[in-house]
Design a protein. Structure first.
Ligand code: ADP
Length: 424
């Protein structure tokens, strides 16, 4: 630029037209600058990777070089990042568990090879497809749409009925989902063996027990012919035999509940009438104990499901309240519905349960205090049955209790489980 100005001044000195020669000089400079700018523009527009920028002179040359260096540095960083991504993808591809990335709408974005063998996803056709179109199990659709992924879901594999898969969904970033799928066929088989074993043993024990109970009954019916020394022993045998029978019945019921995911029936159940009849049974169980049992049920709320299963769950809760409440105590049964669904609560003024036991109460044979159970003749399976029945009816159990003051057991049913709300 200095050279150009000097040349212009010289020409001005010779010709005497300083102004004109400077103007011409600047016009030439402007034209040249414009040309460089156009070259840069052209290069950027049709840029191919690794293509060097056009040669430039002076300041423009420096600008071209700096852009080129920036670009190279960017490429190197990108290369390194790509290498990291490739390594992560390679290692996840080698995993035995399936890893699937879904976007915020639940469409497939990326998955590893195991996803193809466990769920039958196909590369690249399935990319961008909604996952619920490819994994069509009704439980999965419901689980995915409910967006409550605290507990994993176990379903048969969509491509092979003999494979059992467990799905874990985690949300990350912008409501995207990461789905991990494990093959749990072996664990499932072992579990199945355990269930079958318990069911078979219970079933096999029933017949001999019925025979023994029958003979004991006959003996006690003819008590005058029995040696008086044996009467008490026979009575105790009959009582314990009865306990064994209820235990076997509960075990068989649990085995039946575990065998399928859904209730055995899907008819609308009139819960108010059901509770009325359970209340009658509870009063009979309470007998002379002077307990006050009240029922406040909103009429017309019907639940979808199996009446027999719901009866056994609700009566377990109500009978427990009777068993674990002192004479003269209060038992309040309530049934109502709101936006969150339908709710049944059984509140008693009984002995209550210490907070440390609450989380384990629904485990099989879990007892707060074993002496309590032998007094009441409980099997320790009642609340396990309640939990299973509720699970099958899309409900959960909430337990709150204050030792010495009483307990409240509340079943919360999801709104979709309500069949109808008829006018009362
Ligand atoms: P059980 O057949 O022994 O009653 P459950 O599974 O029904 O077995 O209950 C488990 C334990 O929970 C019982 O042993 C009892 O200690 C406690 N429990 C259940 N319901 C109540 C209640 N309403 N009040 C106090 N304790 C309760």
């Amino acid at each position: 630029m200095l050279l150009l100005i000097t040349a212009c001044l010289l020409v001005g000195l010779i010709s005497g037209y300083y102004g004109w020669s400077l103007a011409v000089g600047l016009a030439i400079y402007l034209g040249w600058t414009l040309k460089q700018l156009l070259r840069l523009h052209e290069w950027l527009r049709q840029h191919k990777p690794d293509e060097a920028p056009p040669d430039g002179y002076g300041l423009w040359g420096e600008v071209f070089d700096s852009i080129y260096h920036l670009q190279r540095r960017d490429q190197r960083v990108r290369g390194r990042l790509q290498a990291v991504i490739d390594r992560v993808q390679e290692s996840t591809a080698a995993l035995k568990d399936a890893v699937i990335m879904l976007d915020s709408d639940g469409n497939l974005e990326w998955w590893n090879r195991a996803a193809e063998t466990l769920l039958g996803l196909k590369t690249p056709q399935d990319s961008g497809q909604p996952v619920t179109n490819l994994v069509r199990h009704p439980r999965f659709k419901e689980y995915f749409e409910q967006e409550n992924y605290l507990e994993p879901l176990e379903i048969p594999s969509p491509i092979n009925d003999r494979l059992r898969v467990q799905l874990h969904i985690t949300r990350y970033g912008n409501n995207e989902h990461l789905m991990l799928v494990r093959d749990v066929t072996r664990i499932h088989q072992l579990e199945q063996m355990r269930k079958d074993f318990v069911a078979n043993v219970s079933h096999e024990l029933r017949t001999p027990l019925t025979v023994i109970a029958g003979y004991l009954e006959t003996l006690l019916d003819n008590v005058e012919e029995v040696n008086p020394r044996w009467v008490r022993a026979l009575q105790q045998m009959q009582q314990q035999g009865g306990r064994m029978q209820t235990l076997l019945n509960d075990l068989l019921l649990l085995a039946k509940l575990e065998a399928t995911d859904y209730p055995s029936d899907n008819q609308p159940v009139a819960v108010d009438a059901l509770l009325q009849s359970i209340k009658g049974d509870a009063q009979a169980l309470s007998g002379q104990r002077n307990q006050r049992i009240t029922l406040e049920a909103t009429p017309g709320i019907r639940l979808k499901g199996s009446e027999a299963e719901l009866r056994s769950a609700f009566s377990n809760l109500v009978f427990n309240a009777v068993k674990y409440t002192q004479d003269g105590g209060q038992i309040r049964i309530r049934w109502w519905a709101d936006e969150q669904g339908a709710h049944l609560s059984v509140q008693d003024s009984g002995i209550g349960i210490d907070a440390k036991h609450l989380s384990r109460l629904t485990e099989r044979f879990y007892r707060v205090d074993s002496s309590r159970a032998s007094n009441t003749g409980g099997t320790g399976l009642g609340l396990a049955i309640v939990k299973h029945v509720l699970l099958r009816h899309r409900a959960r159990l909430e337990i709150s209790s204050v030792p010495g003051h009483g307990s409240t057991f509340t079943c919360h049913f999801a709104p979709i489980q309500i069949a109808s709300r008829m006018a009362s």
